[in-house]
Design a protein around this ligand. Structure first.
Ligand SMILES: [Zn+2]
Length: 332
């Protein structure tokens, strides 16, 4: 019996000692871990709180004054002996200096569209102007581009693709690429062959005319995008002529906006597919230019459905434009 008791006592002792050892070891490990954590506070892991996301407020569209206006100017060529739709390089520089002195910020057409549709992220320019140049004359590179760099200005060029690189007087694809890469120039479409709608309509049926223009609008966009590696957002209707078929085709071809020639400013609520431009010609002195961009001169529109008020404004501005013409004759 004694032996049995002895064995039993030894067994209990071993069991108790084992338990003590286990408790001690567990305590030691816990203490070591705590010490380690204390040494490396950066490794502390925090449990994520489910569904607690930092709210990101969507950017608010910038409110624009209701009478805010952007003036879009339409140039063609810059040469020493100007014709009806061209001006001398000296006059172009005088225009840029005048606009600079008046505190204008130069935008591209796409930027002007963003600004007037609440998608503009920059600060609101007090005055904004857009230089656009139609057709693709070589002087856009030799005359305009150096001046854009000198005056920190921007421009949008509308080119018709069939002419590019095929004539001495036309821009080359390389020149267009260089201008695009500078960040100062936006390139947009002016169709493939520059057809004149009025002439086409004389010989083609409505469907034939529509198909021809569709092809011109789509192909020029595709070619510009492929050759310049850009996204082409807009088009200038050829020949300064516009009709509802062209507006619909521009939209269908994937253009976000289109410009015409109509001497009035671009304002809030403008028609994306009929952005008005002031046609600059050899008679456009700096005085005439100043008159355009410092007055809200809304002239006769070529569309029906004008309100009485618009007609009234147009008449008074017709008088203004006469006054400008007189100045032009003196100053030219
Ligand atoms: Zn043209």
């Amino acid at each position: 019996m004694r032996l049995k008791e002895f064995v039993c006592a030894v067994g209990w002792s071993i069991a108790i000692a084992g338990l003590v050892l286990i408790v001690f070891e567990a305590g030691r490990i816990t203490w070591e871990r705590r010490t380690e954590r204390g040494k490396q506070p950066s490794l502390r892991v925090t449990t994520p709180i489910p569904n607690k996301r930092i709210p990101v407020a969507p950017p608010k569209p910038r409110p624009l004054p209701p009478d805010y206006a952007v003036f879009v100017l339409c140039y063609h060529d810059f040469r020493e002996n100007p014709n009806k739709w061209s001006i001398t390089p000296e006059r172009l520089e005088a225009h840029l200096q005048t606009l600079k002195a008046l505190g204008f910020t130069f935008l591209t057409v796409s930027e002007a569209v963003d600004l007037l549709t609440g998608k503009w992220n920059g600060s609101l320019p007090e005055r904004a102007v857009v230089i656009t140049v139609d057709d693709g004359f070589q002087s856009a590179y030799t005359v305009l581009f150096p001046l854009l760099k000198r005056y920190g200005a921007k421009a949008t060029l509308f080119v018709y693709t069939d002419w590019i690189g095929k004539s001495k007087g036309a821009l080359t694809w390389e020149q267009l690429r260089e201008m695009v890469q500078s960040g100062l120039v936006e390139v947009a479409s002016h169709t493939v062959t520059h057809p004149y709608p009025r002439r086409l309509k004389r010989t083609l049926s409505h469907d034939q005319y529509r198909n021809r223009m569709k092809q011109e609008f789509e192909q020029s966009k595709k070619e510009l995008e492929q050759k310049l590696g850009i996204k082409v957002s807009g088009i200038a209707y050829p020949g300064g002529q516009i009709d509802e078929t062209m507006k619909a085709l521009a939209k269908q071809a994937g253009y976000l906006w289109a410009v015409s020639v109509n001497p009035k400013p671009m304002t809030v609520g403008f028609d994306r597919y009929d952005i008005p431009r002031y046609g600059v010609g050899f008679e456009t002195t700096t005085v005439a230019l100043k008159s355009w961009v410092t007055k809200r001169t809304i002239q006769l529109t070529r569309f029906s459905g004008k309100t009485r008020k618009e007609t009234k404004v147009s008449k008074s501005n017709a008088r203004n434009s006469h006054r400008v013409s007189r100045v032009r004759r003196v100053k030219r």
